[in-house]
Ligand binder design. Sequence first.
Ligand code: 3PY
Ligand code: MG
Length: 334
Amino acid sequence: GISDGAEDCPFGRRLRKPRRGRGFPHSQSTVGAEHPHIGKLETQRRTCWRVPPVLPAPEDYRGRRLLGASHIGKVIQMKNTLKEKLQNHQQPIGTFFELGSANVAEALGKTGLDFIIIDNEHGPFEAESTLDYVRGTLLGGVSPLARVRAISRPAVLKLLDIGVHGLIVPDVHTVEQVQELVNYAKYAPIGKRGFCPTRKDCWGFAYPGTESVPVNMAVNNAETLLIPQCETVGCLENIETITAMEGVDGIFIGPFDLSISMGIPGQFDHPDFQAALKRVREACHKNGKFCIYFTVNPDAIADGFQQGFDAMAYGLDAAVLVQAYRNILAKVRG
Ligand code: 3PY
Ligand code: MG
């Protein structure tokens, strides 16, 4: 039945059953039922209802509505479209963002790409500039991921607080490093992420910052992807343990560094390298995690999906731009 007290609802404020078509039950009876943001629910004794926050229609100075009825009722949420596409097996495709301009980030949103990786490792960016690229990306409609410069608390925390949808973490070798990462990137009970209202939730004035602290933490944990890179032999040797860890959402294979670490630099067709890819994919999928691969060859994107990768990252924005102009000029000049 519908409960009336708030105390045993783990998802914060409980309301009475809302009007038809609004709200959703946090219900009880099925162990492992999926919550739209939070993932698996624990068993609840009773049903509680929560209505998602809605966009109020903006008003002019006389209190007249500026937008029509279609505006009212739209759900405000921190929506990780990349995660949704991954879960729906929509084969998302992204690219590395190295050009460093909010205009480029926004323009990439009009390409049809599903995500961009703002590169704080090899790219020259700081958290402060990444913030502008995240805004540009969100305007364009693409999921912003960022690659962190180091496994350190500030490196991880700043990028998450800016509002990136996920972190790609390079140069991982050990299980201990991944545990450290989980501690920085996920709130309790999964990790020990530090809490502060920031841009990710409009400093507490946008969902889920408008919810109770536990709901905010759970939504953030569910809506931000933590994706260590497998690009060292150490990580490869530990991949079964790493992919089984709570808080790890997937693995991004860095073929250049992995092949270098294996002593076969750039030999992506080498049987040992192909066996390593298979091992990582299988470990990911056995543990219900996403496996993402990178290529600089546009013809290899479809092959990657064929092999079973869940998402593909292709090239760098700068390289694509240069190549596009070269192709045009080659047609004119021969
Ligand atoms: C690698 O190939 O090493 C990567 O990190 C992908 O850019
Ligand atoms: Mg690398």
